[in-house]
Design a protein around this ligand. Structure first.
Ligand SMILES: [Ca+2]
Ligand SMILES: [Ca+2]
Ligand SMILES: [Ca+2]
Length: 232
């Protein structure tokens, strides 16, 4: 007669272990940074801030909307598109914005509006800010001891911009600004072949009229996302 309670206890214990394992797996997945495969393209891209090329329309992958500090879809909307060809990584950075600003709010401050890109490859961190005007500022690295000397790595980076509206003029209602960025893979320590991996984090900061500067980011996780060059 004691066998039944014992069997029942065993079933309960097994069910508990299964539940624990499933919960653990779910928690691990929830904390893993997102992964993204960047398609290759055979199409050429003119770096002018206009995303009319086939590479953007048909080949590129999108990050989806950037999120705020609470993980919710950030307002205003921001998104990045990524694609690569031969020896170049291409980023398209889209920012909805009613008031596009490139100037800093105060001297020595960052531009009121900007994208910040951080790439970690081969133990080195390559980072830069780009304003709606398309001016690029290579930043100090997040891990200075591992960074290349100075910011010379960004000399080969090319930026094109396009603004629907007027820059640094709050008298009208702007719509959006777009940056198109070409990054030589060699400048970030990579070769152009499938399977090449690096970590990526992109944030977009905005200073709404009369409000404080706030930033949205991709991925939403605290850690950068590991991304990989893939095929078309
Ligand atoms: Ca273009
Ligand atoms: Ca703005
Ligand atoms: Ca304006």
């Amino acid at each position: 007669m004691a066998a039944r309670p014992l069997a029942g206890l065993l079933v309960l214990a097994l069910a508990g272990l299964v539940a624990l394992a499933l919960h653990g797996r779910k928690s691990a997945a929830a904390t893993e940074p997102a992964r993204l495969r960047i398609p290759s393209t055979a199409a050429s891209i003119a770096i002018n801030g206009e995303l009319t090329e086939r590479a953007w329309r048909e080949d590129a992958v999108r990050t989806g909307p950037f999120v705020d500090a609470k993980g919710a879809r950030a307002i205003p909307f921001s998104e990045a598109h990524l694609v690569w060809r031969k020896d170049t990584l291409f980023l398209a950075l889209y920012a909805a914005d009613v008031d596009a600003r490139a100037r800093p709010g105060a001297p020595d401050e960052a531009p009121a509006d900007a994208f910040s890109v951080e790439i970690v490859s081969g133990g080195r961190t390559y980072a830069f800010d780009v304003s709606p005007a398309g001016s690029l500022h290579a930043k100090e690295c997040a891990v200075p001891a591992r960074c290349p000397e100075g910011s010379d790595w960004a000399r080969g980076v090319v930026v094109g911009n396009d603004i629907d509206g007027t820059l640094d003029d709050g008298s009208d209602h702007d719509e959006e600004w777009v940056l198109e960025v070409a990054i030589p893979l060699g400048a970030i320590g990579l070769e152009g072949h499938r399977g090449a991996r690096f970590d990526l984090r992109i944030s977009r900061c905005d200073t709404p009229p009369g409000s404080a500067r706030s930033c949205a980011q991709w991925p939403g996780a605290a850690a950068p996302s590991t991304v990989m060059l893939g095929s078309s």
